[in-house]
Design a protein around this ligand. Structure first.
Ligand code: BGC
Length: 275
């Protein structure tokens, strides 16, 4: 690591079920300033092993300024630094002081956020909804369904809209990309489930825009045109880098992440907007 710091440089690390990715980011422009390093998520995804892999990954970002802020995202609810759920990860994360665990191991402060929140924030800041205001909902279709709510550039953290109950069941199990694979659905069959899902979200939240992300969004032409709702829907554009970019960016902007430990400013002071 080098010593000098530019105040717009941060490190983003995106923890997923199969891989942990990281890079140095110019948070002004949303460009990666290093290669993207990807290491396998350790078998079983236990906290200690995951922390060890993140340490290894950081050691490989040799050009990172020594004091660059670090943002890490994770596929669970993250409330005040604690992981509060574990839909698709080891149950050992539930109730864990995860942010502190990383900070103790890395010997520095980090910003720790939900994976879909990071990806959604990145799409609004640098990608599919750059510069757009209003109520934007990001959905990531992968092993689970991740969601992020961003209103006028402010992230409302930990929306877990992948787990809404439809027909008496957690709809993530029906409409995620993993469900498509598991149930061997063709695009038409999967799009029918997505139709039900997005129509329900639309009815509950009346967003101005849906962004559809996750690895499968590169094939958006196969399923997005088959979904018919009133809200505009656009594919995510940042693809595999969204989590890295969002985590890095949030590491420098605690004001858009209004959780109880990080509230700043006086009552009545307006929140930060992107425009
Ligand atoms: C989890 C979310 C996560 C999403 C995508 C869901 O199962 O509950 O916290 O954002 O998967 O990884």
């Amino acid at each position: 690591m080098t010593g000098s710091t530019d105040s717009s440089i941060a490190i983003g690390i995106d923890i997923g079920g199969t891989g942990i990715k990281g890079a140095i980011v110019n948070t002004e422009t949303g460009e990666l300033l290093s290669d993207r390093i990807k290491l396998d998520t350790p078998e079983g995804g236990k906290p200690k092993d995951v922390v060890g892999t993140v340490e290894k990954l950081l050691a490989q970002l040799t050009d990172a300024p020594a004091d660059a802020p670090i943002g890490i995202d994770f596929p669970a609810v993250v409330q005040n630094g604690k992981t509060m759920s574990a839909a698709n990860v080891s149950k050992k994360w539930i109730g864990l002081e995860a942010e502190k665990l990383f900070e103790d191991a890395l010997q520095r402060d980090i910003t720790f956020v939900n994976d879909a929140d990071a990806a959604g924030y990145a799409e609004v800041r640098y990608g599919a909804a750059k510069g757009k205001n209003g109520l934007i909902i990001m959905t990531t279709l992968g092993t689970g369904i991740g969601t992020a709510i961003i209103y006028n550039g402010v992230l409302i953290p930990n929306a877990e809209l992948g787990h809404i109950q439809i027909d008496g069941g957690d709809y993530e199990h029906k409409a995620s990309y993993a469900a498509k694979e598991r149930d061997d659905l063709n695009w038409v069959q999967w799009a029918a489930r997505l139709q039900t899902y997005y129509a329900e979200l639309e009815k509950l939240l009346w967003p101005d825009l849906f962004i559809v992300g996750g690895g499968v969004s590169k094939s958006y032409q196969e399923f997005l045109p088959k979904i018919s709702i009133n809200t505009p829907m656009v594919p995510a554009t940042l693809r595999n880098n969204a989590g890295i970019l969002g985590a890095a960016s949030l590491a420098l902007e605690p004001k858009v992440l209004p959780n109880a430990n990080q509230l700043v400013g006086e009552p009545g002071e307006s929140a930060v907007s992107l425009t």
